[in-house]
Design a protein around this ligand. Structure first.
Ligand code: 5GP
Length: 207
């Protein structure tokens, strides 16, 4: 169980698509009710089994752009021809309520957050490129073209792993979840950090 401090900790997790990031994050949240997994807004179509408001908030491009203009996102990025954004208000409220917030976002989003807030940055690596390709194909939810795009993107993303505080190589699911849990617990034990951010009148603070 993760040890807590009064103010929530912002945890930013990136990984190439197909690395098991979603499973790791969901399982960590199941184990730790104080963790809040941010539900992103996206313009991509839901995959089989995905639900609106659970996996993502699925919206049209015009709705996304309207919300972006209105400053609703802590960060946003265009990934694989679709928009993705982190809702600012929910993040701010969860942090203020003392909950840790996990953002599972791409490297562009992580870069933007780094300029705004102190957070814990963790990169999840696949055990190998071959394994990543196998996992992407096994998912059977993306077209061949989409898989190729995701593999190309994975190469670029893995080059950015060095910018993160920790790298977890996802060889065995349970071990990866344990590792992430330990990393978060340790971050709570470190000296408190305080960061304040103003973004279009909204404020996110973290201590
Ligand atoms: P997928 O379509 O496979 O669910 O996600 C594609 C990529 O978009 C993944 O790297 C995922 O982490 C990233 N992503 C999901 N939500 C967000 C978000 O709110 N912001 C950013 N920047 N990336 C996101």
């Amino acid at each position: 169980m993760i040890r807590r401090r009064k103010q929530g900790l912002l945890i930013v997790i990136s990984a190439p698509s197909g690395c098991g990031k979603t499973t790791i994050v969901n399982r960590l949240v199941e184990r730790n009710p104080n963790l809040h997994r941010s539900v992103s807004v996206t313009t991509r179509e839901p995959r089989r089994g995905e639900h609106h408001g659970v996996d993502y908030w699925f919206v049209s491009e015009s709705e996304f752009l309207k919300r972006k203009r209105e400053g609703d996102f802590l960060e946003w990025a265009r990934v694989f021809d679709h928009y993705y954004g982190t809702p600012l208000r929910a993040t701010r409220e969860a942090l203020a309520a003392g909950r840790d917030v996990i953002l599972a976002i791409d490297i562009q989003g992580a870069r933007k957050i780094r300029k705004l807030l102190k957070a814990l940055y963790v990169f999840i690596m696949p055990p190998s490129r071959v394994e990543l390709e196998k996992r992407l194909r096994a998912r059977k939810s993306d077209s061949k073209r989409e898989i190729e795009k995701r593999l190309d993107q994975a190469r670029t993303e893995m080059e950015c792993a060095k910018d993160y505080d920790y790298i977890v190589t996802n060889r065995h699911l349970e071990e990866s979840i344990d590792a992430l849990e330990t990393i978060v617990s340790e971050a709570h034990l470190r000296r408190p950090l305080r960061t304040r951010v103003r973004r279009r009148g909204a404020e996110v603070s973290q201590k």
